[in-house]
Design a protein around this ligand. Sequence first.
Ligand code: SIN
Length: 326
Amino acid sequence: MKTIAIVATGGTIAGTGKQGKTVAYRAGEMNVDEIIQSIPMIQDIANIKEYQLMNIDSNEMNPQRWIELSRIINEIVQDEHIDGVVVTHGTDTLDETAYFLTLTIHSAKPVVMTGAMRPATATSADGPYNLYQAVCLATHEEAHHQGVMGLFSNTIYSGRDIQKVNNYKIDAFDQKAFGCLGYMQDHEVYFFSKTFKTHTLNSLFSKSSYHDLPSVGIVYFYAGASCQLLYDMAKNHHGIILTGSGSGNYSEEWLSAINDLSSQGIIFVRCSRVAQGIVFDDDIFDPHHYCISGNTLTPQKARVLLMLALTQTTKREEIRKIFNEY
Ligand code: SIN
């Protein structure tokens, strides 16, 4: 039987509240061994090693905690007796952690993230079944070399593209226009696609260790948004992710602030507030090509990549290449 490490970080999957109810609960209350005990069939699938790394609401996640989580997982996967890793995590910021791990885990072993929309004390909690399937996926041969994955509601997602798209329903995740990597039926795994973006073993960022990350902020454009927002953000950030309208667009006032701040060394990445589509280079909204296109990354994922890219280089053209590769 394979051995799977479960690294618990908290979230609703470890949440407790009024017996049976789904609202007014606190995330990150229950220890992972209690959750595992509530899923006896896991014992038929794998030997489990538990690591209660933290027990937080994922809104308390931050770059320091990403670094710690990545360091622990990189240590765990070095152990030849460990065949795969499952990370339990709150759903709110799981997309950001999933991308950070996709870029920084140096292993081909399966790493699967999961969580829940209903607390552990709810009637028909979704966490135990997600965790069961995540363990099954982590034991599967085909799950190697897939990069970090997310597992929710019978569906396998890539760590690069997984996105929370519903803040109320159990089936809360999606991969934007890219569907999913595959499905599960109970313990059976069915892969149908692969991510073509560089990850894990081949990622430049998985070959370094980190103590901290350069500061990158996100600024949201809306009709009438003042360019002062950009100047304020630039005061204590090395890079700024622009959450533009449409294809990553903004006003002429913003364009002149972006040109001004770019010439002072701030790195800008253009993303969009629209959920679907892609942001390409644009001669009208960025005539000097100061900005880097975020492609299909959401603003929060582009922030993760820019923080890591800035640990390697501050040269805009090199960062542009990184954004095209990852
Ligand atoms: C959290 O992200 O920790 C709370 C919400 C959730 O897990 O669904």
